[in-house]
Design a protein. Sequence first.
Length: 165
Amino acid sequence: MNSVPQVAPAPAEGSAAAPDLVGEFFGKYQVVRRLGKGGMGTVYEAVHSDIGQRVAVKILNADISQHPGYVKRFFDEARMVSLVGHPGLVRIFDFNQLASGTLYIMMEYLEGESLWARFCAVRGRDGIPGLPVADAVRIVRQLASALVAVHKKGIVHRDLEPKNQ
């Protein structure tokens, strides 16, 4: 069973974030826009300059990059997701540290919306947000399948919530 690093929770949002990287290059991938920000980092969309492939690049916040426990947790995320290889999990293409010290994970870019956005967009007859039962069952089955695969590898997901994108 893989051991999961035991570190303190991520610093609260508002900690020193990664610099705005729009326009920067990661090899042949140019960052084109910011997709989202969380407590530990920022995710950007980048495009390969020759073939147009889109990827998501997760950048660890600079202040967190100074703590070996968080760095280990960040890179363990990339290793563990790659070990599982489930269709319900994002594919990891690369992870590394730039000469500037910026730590990143390069992964599959996925179109779509978060579960939370979907939940809020759908309204029942009474006007209350919610998903039709058939949709909810389908989503829960897919989620459970991915979690079973992850748990079989001895991995515990630390940040599973509907607002994750």
